[in-house]
Design a protein around this ligand. Structure first.
Ligand SMILES: [Zn+2]
Ligand SMILES: [Zn+2]
Length: 237
């Protein structure tokens, strides 16, 4: 394509930009209920540490995020709630690659709990990844990779533009982040809400910091109308 056409196409794609938030962390956990990667989760009072529905072992906490820390344009954590992402860690046996809805689903658990009645887990499992508290986010605008551009704009693009996008190497940020656009390693994954059937929205991406996804990435989506409904999947490189 010539320079004019390329500029026009880039302008169209820029219209899809979203803000991504890369967590900034420090070693150690807070004594209060706080946002963190890894470590010991806070649990609803008198509930047990979550176990994998497949192998029955305790799962790893990957991410805990308070409502105050959740960027509203990335994911919805209603006031008074805390979002938690757990994973079994046995990616080959317990969590077969595909997207699965959660809080149900095997090998993974993404849920919202009430902050008010949450207490630090009294008896956390051994061998948890050391916790890192989230102290801030580095935010920046981000445009989608080629798969999502085609998914969201195919009707507005001509054949030359589609071909140019398919050939492009453009990829969103490829590590742990909230919001922005997924760095799909394989095909674009999409799922719909089990309650309302609406298409879910990509809300966060996790690299190998706590659980190994085969040097790949895990992706979490959320229903825009039912914030307690999530889907989680992963891809390896
Ligand atoms: Zn398991
Ligand atoms: Zn829904």
């Amino acid at each position: 394509m010539n320079a004019d056409r390329t500029a026009r196409l880039e302008k169209k794609i820029a219209g899809l930009a979203r803000t991504r938030y890369i967590p900034e962390t420090e070693a150690g956990e807070s004594k209060q209920l706080a946002s963190q990667l890894g470590g010991v989760a806070w649990l609803p009072r008198s509930s047990k540490w979550p176990r994998c529905k497949s192998c029955k072992r305790p799962m790893h906490l990957i991410l805990q995020l308070t409502a105050a820390d959740a960027p509203a344009d990335a994911l919805v954590v209603p006031k008074g709630k805390v979002c938690q992402v757990f994973h079994c860690g046995r990616t080959s046996s317990c969590d077969e690659m595909g997207y699965a809805s959660t809080p149900d689903g095997h090998g993974k658990l993404v849920r919202l709990i009430d902050a008010k009645s949450a207490v630090r887990a009294a008896d956390p499992p051994d061998h948890l990844a050391l916790g890192r508290r989230i102290v801030g986010f580095a935010s920046a605008p981000e445009v989608p990779g080629h798969g999502d551009v085609i998914d969201h704009m195919a009707a507005k693009l001509n054949a030359k533009e589609l071909a140019a996008i398919r050939d492009s190497e453009q990829r969103p940020y490829g590590k742990t982040k909230l919001g922005g656009w997924a760095d799909w390693i394989q095909d674009v994954q999409s799922d719909s809400c089990t309650k309302c059937d609406a298409k879910m929205r990509f809300v966060l991406q996790l690299a190998d910091e706590v659980v190994e996804f085969g040097d790949g990435l895990a992706y979490v989506q959320q229903c825009p109308a039912h914030p307690e409904q999530f889907a989680m999947g992963w891809s390896m490189t």
